[in-house]
Design a binder for this molecule. Structure first.
Ligand SMILES: [Zn+2]
Length: 289
């Protein structure tokens, strides 16, 4: 599919009170009145930006990879929480991620009939709805809390608007044949910080479920298609073997893990794509080498 380069997206007003708003949203859910529902909706749509710490305020609406972060600046590894996944549509995969027709196919194609409903695979917020005549056709991009974005192409009709909050399984459009397409199908992509990752690493499209509940992305493998890593799959598998992990036990902090393995906290954050302030979960796997 397309590899259009877009300028860095326009800066978005930072939602500095995001944390407070989030807890307010939770509290408000307990109230059952039309007024509280109205407040929740406004808060969600204006202030709620999924995975905002990873995207650092970037919320571009100019294209699929608006605000793309260069692969060298992406964390070496990061966990994606895949719980709550619901397939966009059940159907046969007709084309896979990889080189195709002398170009690169940055997603997978799923056969459908024009008018079939297509759902968002996770909760999230609609970043883009757009028509791209020479490529994606009518398409939708959704940003999710786990840091992934999903792209849905060739719709016959888009049923959501930019900035709308959606739930996993919510219908966002009807399947079609718009754009550069040779028959009705869904072109589906998963992207991280603007860079595509093969969706079949995360999801089993035959079984209609996520392959694991928590996916450890290793950069060299996830972006094997990209220049720095191309033809290096052999080296990548060797380097993965050298990586070392620690399972977080009750009461452990980044500081303690840092001291135990003689690795700086900054290095731990970089290796795991996490924030210093974020508390660790018991059972979480932390890479320290
Ligand atoms: Zn495709």
């Amino acid at each position: 599919m397309l590899a259009q380069m877009s300028p860095r997206m326009e800066p978005r007003k930072k939602a500095s009170l995001l944390a407070d708003n989030t807890s307010f949203v939770k509290q408000s859910h307990a109230l059952d009145s039309a007024i509280s529902r109205h407040i929740i909706k406004d808060l969600e749509e204006d202030e709620y930006i999924p995975a905002d710490d990873l995207y650092e305020g970037s919320w571009g609406t100019t294209g699929v990879n608006a605000g793309r972060l260069a692969i060298e600046n992406i964390p070496d590894s990061i966990y994606f929480d895949l719980t709550g996944y619901i397939p966009a549509i059940e159907g046969k995969v007709t084309s896979r991620f990889g080189p195709r027709w002398k170009r690169y196919h940055y997603g997978i194609d799923i056969k459908l009939n024009v008018g079939d409903p297509v759902a968002s695979v996770f909760d999230g917020k609609i970043r883009i709805t757009r028509y791209d005549r020479g490529g994606y056709g009518s398409y939708v991009v959704v940003r999710h809390d786990n840091g992934l974005e999903t792209v849905y192409g060739h719709f016959s009709k888009i049923l959501v608007t930019e900035g709308q909050v959606v739930r996993a399984g919510e219908i966002i459009g009807l399947g079609g044949n718009s754009g550069k397409s040779t028959g009705p199908h869904l072109h589906f992509e998963t992207r991280f910080l603007g860079n595509p990752i093969n969706p079949e690493k995360f999801f089993d499209f035959e079984l209609g479920e996520a392959k694991v509940s928590s996916y450890l992305m290793v950069k060299e493998i996830a972006f094997h298609w990209a220049k720095p890593y191309r033809n290096k799959s052999q080296e990548a598998s060797t380097s993965v073997a050298k990586k070392k992990f620690h399972k977080v036990r009750n009461g452990e902090t980044l500081t303690r893990i840092s001291k135990r393995y003689g690795v700086s906290i900054n290095q731990l954050c970089r290796l795991n794509g996490i924030n210093k302030k974020r508390s660790l979960r018991v059972g979480q796997t932390i890479r320290y080498n």
